[in-house]
Write a protein of this length. Structure first.
Length: 186
């Protein structure tokens, strides 16, 4: 990918969201929901297409499934984070892979947040509405990581802090909000 498409001249306007899911119905449903809320949305249906779309579309947020053809969501996240503009992205794993080891692998690949499918539309909208404060909090925390997790009763997430390293050892924010209930496989 080149450095040209997502530099300082990225298009202004509504928040640009790239939805990546090999389940076309799921991707298009999420796209429709976000479009109705005023987001500018584009879909990709495999890892390779996601990388090309990110370069061209210059998203601010990527909602990324983990189990994709061509390149896994983990690989897509690593490649996006390796770009000069990759640190500015809010990367959200939206996947049926919801076990702790899946969430850990997502953190290690550079995701900021992990939502387990089926993702609650209100939770996705909340994350998007808070995206700027989520990214800024991570930048100002000097390596302190905010981890949003539901409390024991499954109520609203609460934050705790831990240390994390992003790509190339740079401190990066990590937000991990698994869906309440048992982990699912997909």
């Amino acid at each position: 990918m080149s450095e040209v498409s997502m530099g300082a001249s990225a298009p202004a306007g509504p928040c640009r969201v790239l939805v990546v899911d090999d389940n076309v119905d799921s991707a298009q449903s999420m796209s429709l929901l976000l479009g109705l809320e005023g987001y500018q949305v584009e879909c990709a249906y495999d890892g390779e297409e996601a990388l090309h779309s990110a370069e061209r579309f210059a998203p601010q947020v990527v909602l990324l499934d983990l189990g994709l053809p061509r390149f896994s969501g983990y690989e897509v996240a690593r490649r996006l984070r390796a770009e000069t503009w990759g640190d500015a992205l809010l990367l959200v794993a939206v996947s049926g892979y919801g076990r702790e080891r899946d969430r850990q692998a997502a953190r290690e690949a550079g995701f900021d947040l992990h939502l387990t499918k089926p993702a609650d539309p209100d939770e996705v909208l909340r994350v998007l509405a808070e995206r700027q404060s989520l990214r800024e909090a991570g930048r100002h925390a000097s390596g302190v990581t905010a981890t949003a997790q539901p409390d024991a009763a499954g109520a609203a997430p609460t934050a705790s802090a831990t240390t994390a390293q992003g790509p190339a050892g740079v401190p990066a924010p990590r937000f991990d909000a698994p869906a309440a209930g048992a982990a699912r496989n997909a």
